[in-house]
Write a protein that binds this ligand. Structure first.
Ligand code: HEC
Ligand code: HEC
Ligand code: HEC
Ligand code: HEC
Length: 483
């Protein structure tokens, strides 16, 4: 992961600071194989390279949650970095800005677009990803008024469909064209009033290259898994000079581009954790691509810990808006519980399980709501309404989003914090039946998998079940025999 040559000592420090994390989280990096002639280390004299900046699909991570130290990414750091570097010709956003179409996702998408396209360092294009298409169609005209949406392989009969087949930019006399394949449609697309149609890769490629000069550099954004992407590229003529492949399986970008059928592939990763600085030129022998991965590091979501102040202000406004609009309440109580029963609250469980309750009260899980309250009150770390922000609340309470689950401190104080039913499931049948209706195995028998739904690689990068279970250990009362 170490960049062989780093221009600035400051950058080097940043890279070293996050090194352990990179090493742990990196997917099996592409071997620098025969593709190394494309690596940045062998600059050609007199070749002007286009400098393109891309970061992975954001998937709703406008900023890391700050649950653990050393988290990467976030719009404030990204935009600050762009402001400091200013060495770029093209800013490309990979799409899949958000992961769904909840009330919160709608507001996040709007915020992300206004930061990326409406502030100091406006992006050139957004390659629409399949998840973006879940956002309500009636919002798309307003998205298009903010951003350039590239949808090379989507065709619509709707007169107001705002996607464009390509974006072309002239950089120091060199033309560069950006094309983007969404590659899949939402499952319920046929029910849309003017359903989108997906073009086959070869046809889409032709459409996107219409009128392009032979010398124009061809950059393709591909929203699909790496196996499908490799296959698609073999169908394209003339070949792309660069493929940006948004495969969500790549958490972080590999250090070097990979050559696939003569085409350099870059995998920018997910959650906007890194910036990938790409240099691109076409030589008689073929495309030359170099990459430098810049992990967007900083301290624990400390407001002073890095980040463009205007972007921070935009995020703050977003969070205040979420509170003002009561989004937390709107997103509560929507889904059925996994087991179909109702939540009863931790105190109720404790009436028959006093020792488990006592162990729980000693654990950090019992304090999980209080942690959010403190975070909200601490301007050094957060100082914004985290207790009204669905993303934060979701992992720090019982059953948020599900029927009979957490609604708010006023209504369901006994479901605040990570309670018994966060792990054991809704317990009405068991509690009402005097414990005779079984609760069932935790996480279907795979407790460690259940833990990692909350303790994921960002919240708890060093999570090991064997280390953590002893800290929350509990069980049956002596008289509750196993039958
Ligand atoms: C519903 C989300 C959720 C699930 C599921 C969950 N945790 Fe947690 N856990 C949290 C939160 C949130 C905290 C932080 C609480 C705080 O400090 O305010 C936490 C903190 C902890 C801590 C304290 C930190 C430390 O290491 O000292 C331990 C231990 C822990 N969890 C173990 C587990 C284990 C083991 C499992 C699985 C059996 C599990 N957790 C499942 C949300 C969860
Ligand atoms: C995916 C689940 C998840 C989400 C989303 C989440 N948290 Fe957490 N949070 C955790 C877990 C798990 C821990 C415990 C981490 C550990 O100790 O291993 C934690 C710990 C914390 C801590 C304690 C860290 C410390 O210094 O001890 C704070 C503060 C916190 N979260 C705030 C937030 C805020 C604010 C948000 C929303 C921006 C948020 N969390 C979103 C799961 C989550
Ligand atoms: C963070 C997740 C988590 C929370 C919170 C939690 N438990 Fe558990 N509980 C587990 C896991 C995991 C096991 C099984 C451990 C094992 O493999 O033996 C367990 C085991 C148990 C058992 C014994 C199960 C058996 O088959 O013998 C009881 C009883 C129990 N929990 C009750 C409670 C009660 C009551 C609460 C709330 C006061 C609670 N638990 C909170 C995860 C949790
Ligand atoms: C009215 C008393 C009572 C209440 C309330 C109660 N339990 Fe139990 N629980 C029992 C008894 C008795 C057993 C032993 C049952 C058996 O195995 O025969 C038991 C067993 C369990 C077990 C292990 C066996 C199984 O069913 O999986 C878990 C886990 C458990 N309880 C969790 C909970 C949780 C979580 C709550 C709150 C939602 C809760 N209990 C509420 C009485 C109760």
């Amino acid at each position: 992961m170490i960049q062989p040559v780093l221009a600035k000592a400051a950058l080097l420090l940043v890279a070293l600071a996050v090194l352990p994390q990179c090493r742990r989280e990196a997917p099996p990096a592409a071997p620098p194989n025969g593709a190394s002639p494309t690596a940045a280390s062998a600059p050609e004299p007199n070749v002007d390279r286009i400098r393109l900046v891309v970061s992975g699909s954001m998937l709703g991570r406008l900023e890391p949650c700050g649950c653990a130290g050393g988290q990467l990414g976030g719009l404030p750091r990204r935009m600050q970095h762009l402001g400091e570097q200013r060495q770029y010709d093209l800013l490309v956003e990979g799409g899949d800005l958000v992961a769904g179409a909840s009330e919160l996702d709608l507001q996040k998408a709007f915020t992300a677009l206004s930061v990326l396209f409406g502030m100091q360092h406006p992006y050139d294009a957004l390659g629409v990803g399949p998840r973006d298409l879940q956002l309500p169609r009636e919002e798309w005209t307003s998205y298009a008024s903010m951003a350039t949406l590239v949808t090379t392989d989507l065709r619509s009969t709707a007169a107001d469909w705002p996607g464009v087949p390509f974006v072309e930019k002239v950089v120091r006399d060199q033309r560069v064209r950006l094309l983007s394949f969404t590659t899949s449609l939402p499952a319920d697309e046929s029910k849309a009033s003017a359903p989108l149609e997906l073009l086959a890769p070869a046809a889409a490629w032709q459409r996107g290259l219409e009128g392009a000069a032979a010398t124009t550099l061809r950059v393709l954004l591909l929203h699909t898994g790496d196996v499908a992407a490799r296959r698609i590229v073999t169908e394209l003529a003339p070949k792309p000079d660069l493929v940006l492949c948004f495969d969500p399986a790549y958490t972080d970008p590999p250090a070097h581009p990979e050559l696939v059928d003569g085409v350099p592939f870059v995998f920018p990763g997910i959650r906007g954790r890194n910036l990938v600085l790409v240099t691109l030129a076409r030589l008689p022998s073929g495309p030359r691509v170099g990459t430098e991965v810049v992990p967007l590091a900083g301290s624990r979501t400390v407001p002073g810990g890095g980040g463009d102040p205007d972007v921070k202000q935009a995020l703050l406004q977003h969070r205040q808006q979420v509170k003002q609009d009561g989004v937390l309440g709107k997103m509560a109580n929507l889904r059925a519980t996994a087991n179909g029963h109702d939540y009863v609250g931790t105190a109720r469980c404790g009436t028959c399980h006093p020792s488990a309750l006592a162990a729980w009260q000693q654990s950090r899980h019992a304090a999980a709501w209080q942690t959010l309250v403190k975070a909200e009150a601490d301007p050094k770390r957060y100082g914004w309404p985290v207790t009204a922000y669905p993303d934060c609340v979701g992992c720090h309470v019982v059953g948020y989003g599900e029927r009979t689950g957490f609604l708010g401190m006023d209504h369901t104080p006994d479901l605040a914090a990570v309670g018994c039913e966060s792990c054991h499931g809704a317990g009405s049948a068991h509690a009402n039946g005097g414990g005779l209706v079984p609760m069932g195995k935790v996480g279907g028998g795979q407790a460690s998998v259940l833990c990692t739904t909350c303790h994921d690689y960002e919240q708890s990068p060093d999570f090991l079940y064997g280390d953590r279970w002893p800290k929350i250990q509990h069980g049956r009362e002596a008289h509750q025999q196993k039958r």
